[in-house]
Design a protein around this ligand. Structure first.
Ligand SMILES: C[S@@+](CC[C@H](N)C(=O)[O-])C[C@H]1O[C@@H](n2cnc3c(N)ncnc32)[C@H](O)[C@@H]1O
Length: 384
């Protein structure tokens, strides 16, 4: 007798079927569009608001946007699906897409919400005409390189420079295009509780304005940079026209001040494009700090990168510092400067840990203060 005759097979045909994406993810996509549309409104970008609005409505109507992102494999909110789509549209406009560029200030056009229907027609056309390009574009996450963050980082570099009196060997994790590696070539106009502070070359193409709450700190007169180098999982090569365009497309098309800042920073970086290694910071950091040249202060730093790292990646970086810290000598000190938070969307903090070769393997941690994630505002709690 076949004992298995009445036993239900443990493998059913259902086990081989791909579970169709439930309504959940599509609901989440609509929620993500809604949230992004509201954020654009609050942040003052009517153009991006209406681009995202088009994506929402077209998705709901089962149009090209639904074809592109329905059943998204991942979390549509965390993956910034609305901004990926808006980025593609802006990228197409910057590349001269007929009918679309006229709405983007970044392309010499202008947007008036009365022209919303014409904008929607142009968007539908661009997404439909280049569906393959849109799919490819959607695979990468928004990639901003916010030079405004240098307005906070500056105080960290200044403190380190004053303490160590050595040229800085700059090594940036998660550098994107590496524009913040050129902070010493920018001009800073800072408002403090005790008056205005200016730092850097007044003739620089880029002036960054920010508020520092607290008394004006005494900044280092000049900060010498020995060398600059960074890493990123997806480095942006500013020598390539399409990569430059991609960097620009994440700055919303009706935000001329932010765009001008980006272009000015690119102009500075163009003089000597930085080396940005395609590497995971988790492995790259150890290689950068284990052998340190004498007569230079090695400064590993990052801005708004920590929340993107897994627990394992964070642990690998911490371990690399712990290992290197055992053997720091005064002629090759080590510093870990952070302008970062634990989670995205929370307030960031500027802090550093310094190993002078005379303060033991624990080094010393200094919390300079909380700061806005874009660097436009910082509270100074501790400076030299
Ligand atoms: C929000 S962006 C910040 C870019 C730059 N630090 C800035 O302040 O403008 C985060 C960057 O971290 C990079 N990133 C994320 N995980 C990384 C990793 N494990 N190793 C290297 N880079 C990483 C991303 O590719 C992205 O360029």
């Amino acid at each position: 007798m076949n004992k298995n005759k009445n036993r239900k097979s443990s493998i059913s045909s259902q086990d081989f079927s791909v579970t169709p994406p439930g309504d959940d993810v599509n609901e989440k996509i609509l929620t993500a569009f809604d949230a992004q549309r509201r954020a654009c409104e609050v942040l003052g970008s009517p153009l991006t608001r209406d681009v995202v609005g088009f994506c929402h409505d077209d998705f709901e109507a089962g149009g090209i946007i639904a074809k592109l992102v329905r059943g998204w494999q991942g979390d549509p909110l965390n993956d910034n699906v609305p901004l990926r789509l808006a980025g593609f549209a802006h990228h197409a406009a910057l590349a001269g897409a007929a009918g679309l560029a006229q709405f983007y200030q970044s392309c010499g056009g202008a947007y008036d919400e009365k022209a919303r229907t014409a904008l929607e027609d142009a968007l539908r056309h661009v997404f439909t005409e280049d569906e393959a390009g849109a799919r490819k574009f959607l695979r990468s996450a928004p990639q901003t390189n916010e030079t405004g963050r240098s307005a906070s980082l500056l105080l960290g570099f200044s403190e380190i420079s004053k303490r160590l009196s050595l040229p800085l060997r700059l090594r940036e994790m998660g550098a994107s295009a590496g524009l913040n590696l050129f902070f010493d070539k920018f001009h800073f106009a800072l408002q403090t509780d005790t008056g205005a502070v200016h730092w850097g070359d007044a003739d620089s193409p880029l002036t960054l304005e920010a508020t520092w709450r607290g008394a004006a700190p005494a900044l280092a007169g000049a900060i010498q940079v020995a060398s600059r180098r960074g890493c990123d999982l997806f480095p942006v090569d500013i020598t390539q026209a399409d990569e430059r365009r991609k960097l620009q497309c994440w700055v919303w098309g009706d935000m001329p001040a932010r765009r001008a800042r980006l272009l000015a920073a690119l102009q500075i970086a163009d003089r000597a494009p930085p080396q940005i290694d395609r590497a995971d910071a988790a492995g790259w950091v150890a290689a950068q700090i284990i052998e340190r040249p004498k007569g230079e202060a090695t400064v590993l730093y990052h801005s708004i990168v920590w929340p993107y790292l897994s627990v394992a990646q964070r642990f690998a970086i911490e371990s690399a510092f712990a290992q290197a810290a055992e053997a720091v000598t005064p002629d090759a000190p080590l510093v870990w400067l952070k302008m970062d938070g634990r989670e995205l969307g929370t307030i960031a903090q500027l802090s550093y840990r310094i190993w002078t070769g005379e303060n033991g393997p624990e080094g010393e941690e200094v919390i300079i203060g909380p700061c806005h994630p874009h660097g436009n505002d910082m509270e100074i709690l501790a400076v030299l």
